[in-house]
Design a protein around this ligand. Structure first.
Ligand SMILES: [Ca+2]
Ligand SMILES: [Ca+2]
Ligand SMILES: [Ca+2]
Ligand SMILES: [Ca+2]
Length: 313
């Protein structure tokens, strides 16, 4: 997108914890080093005093107030929902207001999305929101207001449904520790969806493209027979340490929840020192084991993204 209307496309990249980055286009395929998007007061998007765009943010540039310059539309999955920051500078020298304008649905529900597009999906001349991502579904917030004063209905599902995530959780649990040599074994995109809209099959109807984050687990064929034995031993050792630490943690939880029931502030409850020491010791042992466990792993794991096309009917 061309964020500063200088006729050269720029690249905007959002991150999970560090806000949004702008790679200003210099022309001839060259880009300036990525810089955090800054607000009018100089604070950076994604910094501690964040105004938006901290956890899993998605950034759109759009002329929200119809005054001829691009404003900043930021959605943030967990903390802030979706907010607009009006451009108080100029077209070529944007300065995004320190004051956020929250965008909510007509029922006052926040618009939370890992990947959000401000786009006229139903072609009625008014931009709607298409969102989704971590819930492993794509949703549509219809603009039921006007072009200049948008109002958004609560979402309806375009792809997937409210059960998509729990279904996938079950699938992930069933695949834990197993090899999956063929990506086609999963018939649904993995997590961290990024959504794009394009008429993929040129039939005049917008389609949805999803980029996912896929982890392929293959057998580690480099291990010798000796190495395999060692790998199994190390895994058993780690499983045992996990078992002990899980049981310690649930004992500690039981103590704090008993205190809560009795009306005591759980943060003031004294956890027996030997329990804390034991837990710290187990954590130390686990940390020492990790490097070796990685060296002698029965499987290799490779992360990459795939692109899925959902054709509009
Ligand atoms: Ca530009
Ligand atoms: Ca504007
Ligand atoms: Ca519309
Ligand atoms: Ca199409």
């Amino acid at each position: 997108m061309d964020t500063d209307n200088d006729g050269i496309l720029d690249i905007v990249s959002s991150s999970y914890y560090n806000g949004g980055f702008l790679f200003k286009g210099l022309g001839n395929g060259q880009y300036k080093k990525g810089e955090n998007i800054v607000f009018a007061d100089g604070s950076k998007m994604g910094s501690k005093d964040t105004k938006g765009g901290f956890t899993g943010c998605s950034i759109n540039y759009t002329d929200w107030d119809h005054d001829g310059d691009n404003d900043l539309l930021v959605s943030d999955l967990f903390n802030q929902g979706t907010n607009v920051f009006i451009n108080e500078g100029s077209d070529k020298n944007p300065k995004y207001s320190n004051k956020k304008i929250p965008v909510k649905t007509v029922s006052n529900n926040p618009i939370r999305s890992f990947s959000l597009l401000y786009y006229d999906w139903d072609k009625d001349g008014k931009n709607d929101f298409i969102g989704g991502g971590l819930g492993l579904a794509v949703v549509f917030y219809k603009n039921i207001g006007t072009k200049n004063e948008p109002k958004f209905a609560d979402f309806e599902y375009l792809i997937g449904n409210k059960d998509s995530y729990s279904k996938k959780m079950k699938y992930w649990a069933s695949m834990r520790g197993k090899v999956n040599e063929k990506p086609s074994e999963s018939e649904w995109p993995e997590d961290k969806w990024h959504i794009s809209i394009a008429d993929y099959n040129a039939d005049g109807k917008d389609d949805i493209l999803i980029g996912d984050n896929y982890r392929q687990i293959t057998e580690n064929k480099d291990l010798t027979e000796e190495g395999k034995k060692k790998a199994i031993q190390l895994k058993q050792k780690m499983d045992e340490l996990n078992r002990i630490s899980n049981s310690l943690r649930s004992e500690i939880r039981a103590i704090t929840s008993k205190a809560r029931k009795e009306g005591t502030d759980p943060s003031k409850v004294k956890i027996p020192e030997d329990m804390i020491n034991k837990l710290n010791d187990i954590t130390k042992q686990k940390n020492q084991l990790y490097p070796e466990l990685r060296k002698y792993s029965l499987t290799n794991s490779e992360a990459f993204g795939r692109v899925w096309v959902f054709l509009r009917k």
